[in-house]
Design a protein around this ligand. Structure first.
Ligand code: AMP
Length: 194
């Protein structure tokens, strides 16, 4: 069961209107499932749209924003809770702590960095929360193909590749995250044994 979902997404809207539509669908799907939304606390781009849609639908939205970004990304003033923190590192740590699952919507390098960091934390066994990529209109095809390439080249273990669910529809992705088995913990001294 996911009670709080951390959503990473662009501080821009992107070119394809499908990105905004998928953001709204994910926000509404979370509210229908009584899942709180945890996100970066901004009012701009897909981030703002995610928060506004979930709030309009009657949901709970928790933002986490560094003081230095409040002006640039325009801190959202209507959230259920807004945590103002001292740094990007604190933002990511608190977002991860407040959530029991993670989804990346389309976004730029900020979104990618946040997703990849929490993905590496899973690989290291620092958490066992499910992770997903919402591949709207094939936006993340290149990333999914790169990860498959990393598995073939033996830089990424197949079981760690499998931890990142990739779906094109918000409901299908939430279903997968809610059903996901927690990843096996790896014994780093002897990876063939847990
Ligand atoms: P973007 O996907 O580049 O539009 O950025 C989405 C969000 O990620 C924005 O709130 C950025 O402030 C945030 N972001 C960008 N770089 C980082 C970083 N290194 N650590 C944490 N958040 C970041």
């Amino acid at each position: 069961m996911i009670r709080s979902l951390c959503v990473y997404c662009g501080s821009s809207n992107g070119a394809d209107p499908a990105f905004a539509e998928a953001t709204r669908e994910l926000a509404r799907a979370c509210v229908e499932r009584e899942i709180r939304v945890v996100y970066g606390g901004a009012q701009v781009g897909l981030m703002g749209l995610l928060a506004d849609t979930a709030l309009e639908a009657g949901g709970t939205v928790i933002g986490v924003i560094p003081q230095a970004l409040i002006d640039r990304e325009i801190g959202h003033r209507g959230l259920t809770e807004l945590h103002v923190v001292g740094s990007m590192h604190e933002r990511k740590a608190l977002m991860a702590e407040l959530a029991d699952g993670f989804v990346a919507l389309p976004g730029g390098v900020g979104t990618l960095e946040e997703l990849v960091e929490v993905y590496t934390w899973s690989q290291l066994g620092l958490h066992r929360k499910p992770l997903g990529l919402l591949n709207v209109s094939g936006y993340y095809d290149g990333l999914a193909a790169f990860l498959d390439h990393a598995v073939r080249e033996q830089f990424l273990r197949p079981e760690h590749r499998a931890v990142l669910a990739v779906e094109s529809q918000p409901d299908a992705l939430l279903d997968r995250l809610e059903r996901a088995e927690p990843p096996r913990l790896v014994n780093w001294l002897n990876p063939s044994r847990v």
